[in-house]
Design a protein. Structure first.
Length: 87
């Protein structure tokens, strides 16, 4: 006998710019998250919003993040490239 919950793969959710995305995987890299967003500008960065006293953190393409719901779904924001030192 099978259990109904075993028939459906567990889904993990996250948000990028307030748009909800889902994954079958509990952990994704920055590159995998960016790949789910249509028309991602490759010059933009991916910022993970901190929870509580945890600061916001820039996620690189090779950084892995867990989508397990410890404090609710993760929220990311696209950030334009830095222009430090530009005239």
């Amino acid at each position: 006998m099978t259990h109904p919950e075993s028939e459906h793969a567990k889904k993990f959710f996250f948000f990028v710019d307030n748009v909800k995305y889902e994954s079958d995987l509990p952990m994704l890299t920055g590159a995998q998250i960016k790949a789910k967003v249509a028309n991602w500008d490759p010059t933009y960065g991916l910022l993970l919003e901190g929870h509580g006293k945890e600061p916001d953190r820039l996620i690189n393409d090779t950084d892995s993040v867990s989508l397990e719901k410890e404090n609710g779904p993760l929220r990311f924001t696209r950030v334009p490239p830095a222009t430090f030192g530009s005239p």
